[in-house]
Ligand binder design. Sequence first.
Ligand SMILES: Nc1ncnc2c1ncn2[C@@H]1O[C@H](COP(=O)(O)OP(=O)(O)O)[C@@H](O)[C@H]1O
Ligand SMILES: [Mg+2]
Length: 359
Amino acid sequence: MYLKRLSLFNYKNIAEANFDFDTKINCFVGKNGIGKTNILDAIYHLSYGKSYFNPLAVQNIRHGEEFFVVDGVFEKENRDEQIVCSLKKGQKKILKRNNKPYERFSDHIGFIPLVIISPSDQDLIIEGSETRRKFIDSVISQLDNTYLQQLIQYQKIIAQRNALLKYFAANQTFESDTLSIYNEQLHDLGTSIFKKRKQFLEDFIPIFNKHHQSITNSAETVQIVYESQLSEKPLLQLFDENLAKDRVLQYTSVGIHKDDLSFEIGTFPIKKFGSQGQQKSFLIALKLAQFEFIKKQSGVLPILLFDDIFDKLDETRVSKIVEMVNDETFGQLFISDTHPERTENIVKSTHQSYKLFNL
Ligand SMILES: Nc1ncnc2c1ncn2[C@@H]1O[C@H](COP(=O)(O)OP(=O)(O)O)[C@@H](O)[C@H]1O
Ligand SMILES: [Mg+2]
């Protein structure tokens, strides 16, 4: 699978742009702020139906304009697949495949497998647990649409349960029957989600370890540990035990929406005890593992976006990545970089076909 053509209209700082891509390597080069990352983000949009960088959809419309259009033609299993994502101010975002709008965006997830490696991946280490849950969820969702539907359903019911807790507090009342219905629904969904996350991590962590050892020449020991309240007790029991607390908080304090991943170096949090370089290697290994995992499970080579990746790596690590690209284990690659010569030298050394877009 690869992206053949891309047209952008009023997407972030890009008024209009059209690209015909190489099936293998494509590089966007140009000075800071020119829009390299924005182009990668537009490609991301076609896979995930949203921006990787800006969660506020309307802010992806070019300043002073009314709408944006991202239009891409992929070749997948010898067929052209046109994906168009557009947004007009004050309206709902539209995602179409071959001119047919999706009713649920979630049905599109996984159709165009894609992995991005970007400096903002740092958030996975420094931010709260939500970013890490989103990471797990986005990997599993690309392969298992039922999981995504369960997750959406779970979040809906959590919101209803929270509203009920607020209602109880505001009206100084309590009714265990309604709460029980929510608890049971959440128990079923939450347990299924927990099991899928657990299974996923059992498969994923060895792949991550392999990539990490390869990037760092096994110089560092790192660990990913799945932390979930559900590994201790069934969710129904957790709800019972935390009922008094939840009523005070007017919020559901237990469940899979509290899950986290602990990223460790030695046995310490990498957030506090990892150097910048160690954190970077960790994140790249994480994303390369995501790539390999999706490839293994789906049989499709995901599109890979490398945003400013060479900037942060020393030569050994750059050549490691070049080796991998050469190895036919990768499909289509999009690279952004500020140095045209550096990029061209790196890319030339792969002896793969490539195109360089000077912005
Ligand atoms: N909605 C928008 N309208 C216009 N410009 C935008 C919008 N969103 C972001 N930008 C601009 O895009 C530029 C950044 O582009 P980016 O792709 O990150 O550059 P780089 O080439 O360094 O990767 C910034 O100048 C930013 O202000
Ligand atoms: Mg950039």
